[in-house]
Write a protein that binds this ligand. Sequence first.
Ligand code: AMP
Length: 293
Amino acid sequence: MPIEMRSKKINSLKVITSLKEMQKICLNLRKTDSKKISLIPTMGALHDGHLGLIKKAKKKKSTIIVTIFVNPKQFNDKKDLVKYPKTFVQDLDKLERMDVDYLFAPRTKDIYPDDFQTKVVVKNLKNHLCGLSRDGHFDGVTSVVLKIFNITLPDYAFFGEKDLQQLIIIRQMTKDLNLPIQIISHPIVREKDGLAMSSRNIRLSKKERTIAPFIYRGLVEAKKEFKKNNNRSASQVTKDLRQYLLKNNINKIEYIKIIDSSDISYPKRPSLKNYIVIAVQIGSIRLIDNLKL
Ligand code: AMP
């Protein structure tokens, strides 16, 4: 592609910070443009996992809106919020290259003005897995996602399977509230060595980074063993995986569970449609992953 054409394309990204302006644009798009609207909500520090969602959205030939908002209400640990990676300039570059139409990057004080009072709670599904250690996390997620839905009025919203519980909860909220939005999921994008991509990975030390891929290797091993003998109970599978992780220097294990992703129940006798889900801490970094059996 000639450079002039490429630079023209690169300049087509529109960055919007005002909530009112974003909503006005989206109302207008819905009225005047036959194209659908695709939304990809993120917290920035974009990597190939996020870009995978954007690529999937592009297949819909829709107007693409990516949001970057580091939502303070979903951080139960304020230190984690302060340390959350911020790479706005690089993010802009990536979005321009992906030919995204709009970046919506609101300010915290605009999302949560002083008199903000509303909370969206998906009651039961949040009381499992990550919700047990991250008090208020999913209420923060659902509240901000609904708010972003109401501003950007999407037809499609894309979420990664990496945050499986989040995806399940958003689907439930969308169903419960009859939101006219199709929730589309995308498989986990991984580094070459299997580590699930995450904005937090850049905070791992060199040594921690060499340990982290054992999460995925352990999941693959557990799946392999289950395929050989699918009479194995959930507790056998999770016990063996725990041993595997401990042997490979991953000893801060928050949970290892096998779930039915339709309702986050815990089958004692798993089947191939169930997921092994896992949360561990390596150094000070909390990492999650999952794999379908
Ligand atoms: P985050 O910026 O971490 O809040 O993530 C924004 C969206 O990207 C969420 O829907 C995540 O599930 C998704 N995502 C993050 N990492 C990955 C990954 N490695 N593979 C697929 N989706 C991902």
